[in-house]
Design a binder for this molecule. Structure first.
Ligand code: COA
Length: 167
């Protein structure tokens, strides 16, 4: 029996953007299962809790009918989580050459730590290359429009959360 090909796409996803979704939609066609893994990073200040982000990603992939994609939460080293769920591939999105240096360093480090795990990069579609969760959070916090940057379900949650934070 052939082995299930499983990839892991990790990040903060605070919030998930159309750029991330583009990588998920294209990445899931390359493997049997794609696990979108939300990193529980205690040192980062977040708008949404890690579990809220997992739930929003799960709802978005279900709405879009993306088969073989599920969201999960992890703490600690990505390579340990990848091993524990039996993933062979670390999927990453590359938006620009600016991302490359950091991604290169991370891929080499994960290779040293992760043995057989391979990092695979997908180049983000040009129309999403400028998107970053931090900018989207900033725009939404100042009452600006983020339509077209994040899926509608996430946009409404973001606006609601930041409005409540401001009041
Ligand atoms: N489209 C749109 N935005 C993208 C994107 C894409 N394809 N790829 C990344 N981004 C954005 C993210 O939203 C994030 O935005 P922000 O910084 O403005 O909020 C930014 O680019 C950085 O993304 P990323 O590089 O994925 O960082 P991250 O913080 O989201 O996730 C981890 C980094 C979780 C993958 C990494 O820290 C990790 O593996 N941590 C676990 C601990 C570990 O193993 N450490 C050793 C690593 S060698």
């Amino acid at each position: 029996m052939s082995q299930i090909r499983r990839a892991i796409y990790a990040g903060s996803f605070d919030p998930l953007t159309y750029g991330h979704l583009n990588i998920i939609e294209r990445g899931c066609r390359l493997v049997d299962e794609l696990v979108v893994a939300v990193a529980h990073n205690h040192s980062k200040r977040n708008v949404f809790s890690p579990q809220e982000r997992v739930d929003m990603i799960q709802a978005t992939v279900e709405e879009r009918g993306l088969r073989g994609v599920r969201a999960s939460l992890f703490e600690g080293l990505l390579v340990d989580h990848a091993r524990s769920i039996g993933a062979q591939v670390l999927l990453r999105g590359l938006r620009s050459v600016k991302d490359f240096e950091y991604e290169f360093q991370m891929a080499l480090t994960n290779k040293e730590l992760g043995g057989d795990l391979e990092t695979v990069f997908l180049v983000t579609e040009g129309k999403y290359a400028h998107l970053a969760s931090s900018l989207i959070r900033e725009i939404a916090a100042m009452g600006g429009p983020v339509t077209g940057m994040v899926p509608p379900g996430i946009e409404s949650r973001l606006v609601e959360r930041l409005r409540n934070n401001r009041s």
